[in-house]
Design a protein around this ligand. Structure first.
Ligand SMILES: C[S@@+](CC[C@H](N)C(=O)[O-])C[C@H]1O[C@@H](n2cnc3c(N)ncnc32)[C@H](O)[C@@H]1O
Length: 219
């Protein structure tokens, strides 16, 4: 995601909050500065679909859906998909992509830190929404993920690995913010989530970093 890093960016929605705000993301879409966008579905979503991780009829959320490549594929696999993004331009792109593909999904313009589904979900597909949030919001987001899912529901998580040298001096740099596995584990503890053992699938990212693909089950 080189080219969108904005360490210390102020949040105009709420000055008490840290990190990028709605306008930051809106501008990225308006200026077509979206280097995270593969221009195609993630290879991992295709692997998960092929492996049956998204069963027909499952209720699946895609938070921070961006331009919606993965939304189309999960909906095409027969899932009942709800895509959420608080950048209006992202929701427009996703709706257009769904219409072009003649595939149906619900697209919601909302903040993932506040949105709630009307019924518990079977799965959440998390592709670089978490790493777009400043770490100050990670605990709220982890609580949201747990609230959204039914017991036994799965979080299909692509955890962005983009550790920077500044971390050694305590700097928090991003987006994307590095998703250290220790932090992720602290926020999704074994007492509440069933983990499989590492190593996890290593998914190269176009920006030169990589993601770790993991399926974590809500207890
Ligand atoms: C790095 S992009 C990833 C987009 C998409 N998942 C992909 O991989 O192409 C992060 C997305 O999350 C959205 N986003 C960031 N913070 C959000 C929030 N608090 N609520 C809803 N969407 C958010 C941004 O608007 C953006 O579309």
């Amino acid at each position: 995601m080189t080219g969108i890093e904005a360490a210390g960016v102020a949040n105009a929605d709420n000055p008490a909050m840290t990190g990028p705000d709605r306008d930051f993301w809106e501008q990225r879409f308006m200026q077509r500065q979206t280097p995270w966008d593969r221009g195609a579905p993630s290879p991992q979503v295709l692997r998960w679909i092929a492996s049956g991780a998204f069963a027909v009829g499952q209720r699946v959320a895609v938070p921070g859906c961006g331009s919606g490549h993965d939304v189309v594929e999960i909906a095409r696999a027969g899932c009942d998909v709800v895509a959420i993004d608080y950048a209006e331009a992202a929701t427009v792109l996703t709706r257009d992509r769904l219409a072009t593909a003649s595939v149906a999904a619900q697209v919601i313009h909302a903040d993932v830190l506040q949105w709630q589904p009307d019924a518990p979900l079977d799965a959440v597909y998390e592709q670089t929404c978490w790493c777009a949030l400043h770490p100050d919001h990670w605990s709220t987001y982890a609580t949201q993920l747990r609230r959204w899912l039914r017991p036994g529901g799965r979080l299909l998580l692509l955890a962005m690995q983009c550790r920077r040298d500044g971390a050694g001096a305590g700097r928090i740099e991003g987006p994307p913010y590095h998703m250290d596995i220790n932090a992720v584990r602290a926020l999704l503890p074994h007492s509440d989530w069933q983990w499989t053992a590492p190593p996890y699938e290593h998914v190269p990212h176009p920006a030169g970093w990589h993601e770790l693909a993991m399926a974590v089950e809500r207890r």
